[in-house]
Unconditional design. Structure first.
Length: 90
């Protein structure tokens, strides 16, 4: 995570729930900091956008890896069968 948002990260640790999205949760420490004027709302918006993008990239990466894994397994089993086939035929 970006060092520039370290203060938000620190505040986020004080949120009631660790999966807090800091959006409309009434127990959110980050939102409270905005209300108190400690934190700039625009910075939080940037932070949340960055976080969303990071999450999106990670899940995209995971999906790609899973597909690649599946393909390589399929490819291997197909290759193995073909090998057997060749062996038995000739
Ligand atoms: Zn929060």
């Amino acid at each position: 995570m970006d060092e520039a948002f370290k203060d938000i990260e620190e505040l986020a640790k004080e949120c009631k729930f660790s999966d807090c999205k800091h959006e409309n949760e009434p127990w959110c420490r980050v939102r409270k900091a905005i209300e108190e004027g400690i934190l700039d709302e625009k910075r939080l918006e940037r932070y949340l956008r960055l976080k969303r993008e990071t999450r999106f990239m990670e899940s995209k990466q995971k999906r790609i890896m899973m597909v690649q894994q599946k393909n390589s397994i399929n490819g291997k089993s197909k290759g193995y069968k073909r090998e057997n086939h060749v062996r038995y035929e000739y």
